[in-house]
Design a protein around this ligand. Structure first.
Ligand code: ZN
Length: 202
């Protein structure tokens, strides 16, 4: 696989880069992305492919379960760079159905040490969905329940995003909108769940 990637790079240079040199030379000077994408690390959710976007257009942060944790310095630095330097006006949190990270909320693997700690940041999504199901006294198929948890996790992470004071400030000043999406691997479609133009709470 490694040599396949390097062969792929040779093809990219020959077939794509060399034919659009002016654009790549411009990109080499500076990036001006207009969207920050917070998505899952899952290999089946490649942002540029599923959104038809290209180099220079989307600033990307990916992790297991598309989680926003306010004690995560990695994401915090991405958000700060996105806000203070790149002045990106739209932040998308995109989950996906069939997410292994979300499924791991159900079944912890005994050899995992870090994944359960990381998933603490998503646990509330599962609790909220289960509470709702209990309150409505309904039976829903397990796959449907997992889909609801994936969606609720996106909403929960949008809430976490607004725990950053500088994000709330940017929203108040109409400099940033935040969006919750879910990608369906079976249809290739993105479902829009939520869009916040003002902070939910101060
Ligand atoms: Zn995932």
């Amino acid at each position: 696989m490694i040599t396949t990637l390097l062969d792929g790079n040779k093809r990219f240079v020959a077939e794509t880069f060399s034919k659009d040199q002016a654009r790549y030379a411009d990109l080499a000077k500076a990036q001006r992305p207009t969207v920050l994408w917070i998505g899952c690390s899952d290999s089946r959710v490649p942002v540029n492919t599923i959104t038809g976007s290209g180099a220079g257009e989307v600033f990307v942060h990916r992790n297991v379960g598309n989680i926003v944790a306010t004690n995560d310095w990695n994401l915090s630095a991405v958000l700060e760079f996105s806000t203070n330097h790149l002045k990106i006006p739209d932040i998308v949190i995109c989950g996906h159905y069939g997410c292994g990270g979300i499924e791991a909320l159900e079944e912890e693997s005994p050899e995992d040490k870090y994944i359960p700690v990381w998933l603490i940041n998503a646990y509330k999504a599962k609790e909220r969905v289960d509470e709702k199901i209990r309150a409505l006294h309904i039976e829903i198929p397990p796959e449907k329940r997992m889909e609801l948890i994936v969606e609720e996790n996106v909403r929960l992470q949008l809430e976490h995003l607004q725990e950053y004071p500088f994000i709330r400030k940017s929203m108040r000043e109409k400099k940033v909108n935040i969006h919750g999406w879910v990608y369906d691997m079976n249809s290739g479609e993105i479902k829009v769940l939520q869009r916040n133009t003002v902070p939910v709470r101060e």
